[in-house]
Design a protein around this ligand. Structure first.
Ligand SMILES: CC(=O)[C@@H](O)[C@H](O)COP(=O)(O)O
Ligand SMILES: NCC(=O)COP(=O)(O)O
Length: 237
């Protein structure tokens, strides 16, 4: 059984485009849970271009499933997470100006920094996960940081899936075997979609959780458009 955590960044992007509260991020999270998702993920970025720090404060009292906050552990992010105590924090080494997450941790170079940060979250009962590329050296390095889980960065899989899906999954499945052997939990995310998720799940051992946002929200638009347009047409008769 692999948990689905829905990343709601893109719902906040849409809300922020108009400056009001439509769509309502908190209501969306509640609906997503009511529809069966097993977690809500947010990734507040320093410029708050989608999820704002206040959204985290609003969501933490409302989310009934697993609340997962992702981000680069700078002092502001650490304070936000430590004050709100989600079930899980996912550490991502994003530069401030990136369009989206584009790399995993060098878990060897940043070992002592990660050890320190992870220890402060775990001391507050927050499960930790660190975002890594699918390379065995980063998994071994992750083990040494004391993290509970890794999150495998799946962009390379999503791209490779288009050309040779069996080749694309190989490093992920091997890293999952190693992580499990080392006693680490296994999450995965980035560019997973309705197109590639079934193959990913079927070929990934020990997969605890996936977090999916961009494609899932786009797919919800595609699948919802027909029904909404029909409703408008009905009212315009
Ligand atoms: C950590 C990760 O994989 C990202 O997918 C991220 O959570 C998405 O962030 P954006 O929504 O800002 O692209
Ligand atoms: N951790 C990955 C995530 O939350 C969602 O990534 P994406 O589906 O928006 O690419």
């Amino acid at each position: 059984m692999t948990r689905l955590s829905v990343n709601i960044n893109k719902i906040a992007t849409l809300r922020n485009a108009r400056g009001g509260n439509v769509p309502n991020v908190v209501e969306a999270a509640q609906n997503i849970e009511a529809f069966g998702a097993e977690g809500i993920t947010v990734h507040p970025r320093p410029d708050e271009r989608h999820i704002r720090y206040q959204d985290v404060r609003d969501l933490v009292n409302v989310v009934q499933t697993e609340f997962n906050i992702e981000g680069n552990p700078n002092p502001e992010f650490m304070e936000l997470v430590l004050q709100n105590k989600p079930a899980q924090v996912t550490l991502v080494p994003d530069a401030e100006d990136v369009l989206t997450s584009n790399a995993g941790w060098d878990t060897i170079k940043h070992k002592s920094f990660l050890q320190e940060v992870i220890q402060s979250f775990k001391a507050e009962g927050i499960r930790t996960s660190i975002f890594v590329n699918p390379d065995k050296k980063w998994i071994e390095g992750a083990k040494a940081t004391g993290t509970d889980r890794i999150e495998l960065y799946t962009e390379a899989f999503a791209v490779g899936f288009q050309h040779d899906k069996n080749e694309a999954i190989k490093p992920y499945a091997e890293c999952a075997e190693l992580a499990h052997h080392l006693g680490l939990g296994i999450n995965a995310g980035h560019d997973l979609s309705l197109q590639n998720i079934q193959f990913f799940k079927q070929n990934m051992p020990y997969l605890d959780e996936v977090s999916i946002g961009h494609a899932l929200i786009a797919e919800s638009l595609y699948e919802g458009l027909e029904s909404v347009i029909k409703k408008y047409l009905e009212f315009l008769k």
